[in-house]
Design a protein around this ligand. Structure first.
Ligand SMILES: C[S@@+](CC[C@H](N)C(=O)[O-])C[C@H]1O[C@@H](n2cnc3c(N)ncnc32)[C@H](O)[C@@H]1O
Length: 283
C-alpha cells in the first residue's frame, strides 16, 4: 500500500495532469495553437518553468493569466517552441544535399522548397548560400515557415550574433563550402548582417504544422529538429501533410534525428540518403 506521503504525491501529480490538460485546451480554444499532442514530459517542464517565471504557483494560475494576457502567451510560445538552431547545423546534411538533391533540382526549370519550422532563419540562409553556390538559386523559391511570429521577425532581419561566426565558418567548410564565409555578411556592432540577396527569393510566413493545411506543391520539404517534440500521432499527421504537399519524386529532408520509417507513409518514400534521412517520394 502507498504511504500517506506517496498518496499525497500521486494526488498532486493527478491534479497537475488535469491542470495541464485544461491549460492546453484553453490555449487551443483561445489562440488556436494546438500543443495537446506534444510529448508530455518536456511540455510539463516548460509550462512549469513559465509558471515560475511569471511568479505563479499552479498551472491553473498560469492558465488564468494566459487566457487574459496575450503577451504571456507570446512568452510561453517562445518557451514551448524551442528555437535552437545554427547555420550549416549538422554539416554532413548539407554535403548530402549538395550531392543528392541539387542534381535533382537542376532537372527542373523552377523549383519550390519549403523549410518548415525554420526558427530564426539560420537554416534558410545556409540553404540559400548553398543554392547560390550551386547556381540554382535564381530559379528557386523558398517558403520558410514557423509557428512563432517572433522568430520569423528575426529571420527576416538576417542579423545573427557575430560571436557565432567562427563556429558557422567551421560548419560551412565542413558542409563543403569553398569561399570565404565572411563574404556573405557585414559585421555591424555585435551582429553579422547577411546579404539581402540571399533572401530575395524567400517568403517568410507563419504556418502551424499541427492545424494549418498545405499551401503549395513542393519539390523539396526540409523539416529538421521540429517533430522530435511531437508524439507519434502528431508525427504521422505531419508526415501526411508533407506527403500531400510534395510532388512525385519530390524530396523530404528530415535530418538525422527523425525518420519516416514506421509511419503509414513509409511505403511512399525511398531512401535518397539513409543516414541524412533524405527521402524521395515515389508514389
Ligand atoms: C529546434 S527549432 C529547429 C530549427 C531548424 N529547423 C533547425 O533544424 O535548426 C524548432 C522550430 O519548430 C517550430 N515549431 C514547433 N512547433 C511547430 C508547429 N506546430 N508548426 C510550425 N513550427 C513549429 C518552433 O517554433 C521552432 O522554431
Amino acid at each position: 500500500m502507498a504511504s500517506p506521503v506517496e498518496q499525497q504525491r500521486e494526488t498532486r501529480d493527478d491534479v497537475d495532469d488535469i491542470e495541464l490538460e485544461l491549460l492546453l485546451e484553453g490555449i487551443y480554444r483561445r489562440y488556436g495553437f494546438d500543443f495537446r499532442e506534444y510529448a508530455p514530459a518536456s511540455l510539463r517542464r516548460r509550462v512549469w518553468r513559465r509558471a515560475h517565471a511569471e511568479g505563479l504557483r499552479t498551472i491553473s494560475a498560469l492558465q488564468d493569466k494566459l487566457l487574459h494576457d496575450p503577451s504571456c502567451m507570446e512568452r510561453l510560445l517562445l518557451d514551448l517552441s524551442i528555437n535552437v538552431t545554427a547555420m550549416f547545423r549538422d554539416p554532413t546534411f548539407y554535403v548530402a544535399f549538395r550531392e543528392k538533391v541539387v542534381p535533382l533540382l537542376r532537372t527542373y526549370p523552377f523549383t519550390r522548397i519549403w523549410v518548415a519550422g525554420c526558427s530564426t532563419g539560420e537554416e534558410v540562409y545556409s540553404l540559400a548560400i548553398l543554392l547560390q553556390e550551386e547556381g540554382v538559386y535564381d530559379r528557386t523559391r523558398i517558403y520558410a515557415t514557423d509557428i512563432n511570429e517572433s522568430v520569423l521577425e528575426r529571420a527576416r532581419s538576417g542579423v545573427f550574433p557575430l560571436d557565432k561566426m567562427r563556429e558557422y565558418t567551421q560548419n560551412y567548410i565542413k558542409a563543403g563550402g569553398e569561399r570565404a564565409f565572411s563574404e556573405y555578411y557585414l559585421a555591424k556592432y555585435d551582429g553579422a548582417q547577411f546579404q539581402r540577396s540571399l533572401v530575395e527569393n524567400v517568403v517568410f510566413a507563419q504556418h502551424n504544422l499541427v492545424s494549418d493545411r498545405s499551401f503549395n506543391e513542393f519539390n523539396v520539404i526540409v523539416c529538421r529538429n521540429v517533430m522530435i517534440y511531437f508524439d507519434r500521432a502528431l508525427q504521422v499527421h505531419v508526415h501526411r501533410l508533407f506527403y500531400e504537399s510534395l510532388m512525385t519524386f519530390g524530396v523530404l529532408a528530415l535530418g538525422a534525428k527523425e525518420s519516416i520509417r514506421f509511419s503509414p507513409h513509409e511505403q511512399s518514400f525511398e531512401d535518397l540518403d539513409a543516414h541524412e534521412r533524405l527521402y524521395k517520394k515515389v508514389r
